[in-house]
Write a protein that binds this ligand. Sequence first.
Ligand code: BG6
Length: 477
Amino acid sequence: MSKLEGFPKDFLWGAATSAYQVEGAANEDGKGLSQQDVINTERHKAYGFADASIASDHYHKYKEDIALFKEMGFTSYRFSIAWTRIFPNGGDEVNQAGVDFYRNLIKECKDNGIEPIPTLYHYDLPWALVEKYNGWLSREVVKDFEIYAKFIINEFKDDIKYWVTINEQSIIVQYWTQKCYVPEEYQNQNQLRYQINHHMNLCQAIAVKYAHEVGALAGPALGYSPIYARTCKPEDQIAALNANDLRNSYYLDVYFKGYYTVAPLTYLQENGLAPVIEEGDEELFRANISDFFAINYYDSQCAHACPEGAERSWSGYNLTGKKGDMSGFETHPGFYQMCPNPELDTTAWDWAIDPIGLEYVYRDLYTRYKVPFMITENGLGAYDDLTEDGKIHDDYRIDYLRAHIQATKRAMDKGVEVLGYMPWSALDLLSTSNGYKKRYGLIYVDRTDEDPKECKRIRKDSFYWYKKVIASDGTDL
Ligand code: BG6
């Protein structure tokens, strides 16, 4: 096969955001509170991070934002729908103003030649459902999600070709109290991490079913990091395999094969962590296989062997943005322990920078699942400085994005099917872990954690660079 010159003409170039991180207007036009409104008020305030009440004010400025996307040449925009704008309290009472907002947003995209790619769920469960039955902890959530998914997929059936179902289930398992509201009395019951995930798997299969009923395509977005062994010792290789099984395949096998990967499920069962699976659940998975895989790729990970006697722990955080301030590494005694990769440089928040890791992911997963991919997140979280003359010289972000686009091209040249590239993020937004200190956008939003100011939009250097990339079909990098 001859090498592609540039990217295909119909390649979806764009970028991504999520509702609570970018919209603001958290209490406007009938929107209900989401668990993120509460988590961000309680948790983020404690660390001096902004909450979600104004965020980047996309709710009011979406037309200006989409005009900027068009200027960059976007042909796609991945955003998420806030469940609480549509059904403020979960259940089935529709808030028409919320439906209208997304109808207008979708129309604005289409009028500007931009394919709207909505995500159904990006961490923002209606708070009313947390109050009613502890939210994702309860299987009751599946019924509420079904009402929401069925409604919204039908409502926009004429406009949406690709539905992204649920964002980053594996990251939700890792950071469950940050991504879900978990009442304190449950926070030491770690089996619930996997139970929540099982409820999400049911929801994601249901979403696929409704998307298929209206002739749309659907797929999950997973935060996906390949896991390397720290050394070539066989013990470390097995540990890396275990980590890949539990942190990656455990999710993908459900989406694309309809069953839980056996080795990690056995490990969870032996350790009292496995979810309760009811009769018929796996049949539901098998009947509703996803069409594409939406990859959120930021970094690769590394693992080594872990002795049986070690203490179990979960992934840590770097809250300071100083390299080396990671609070801990996931440890599963006798299975694996995560660790830094001595071969790779990191961001200020200790995320390993590894574009070859993305190439590895494409190649490995295309061989194993043979489904098309789209990148729905990829980006560099960094401190950005606004210069006195109103510029942001983010050459570090350009370097990062360039290397990952090149990795995408190398994989495509080997026959891997990639539909589009939507890095994180279209504009600066509320980082899930670091507020406005850590920025990802191609467009700068002039606000700080403390002061929302006017949220003025400023084109970063990466904005002009990406525009050139898109205009040249990815040849002028
Ligand atoms: C992904 C999420 O995990 O990573 C996004 O889907 C998130 O919502 C992004 O913003 C970057 O993570 P963070 O914690 O730096 O915002």
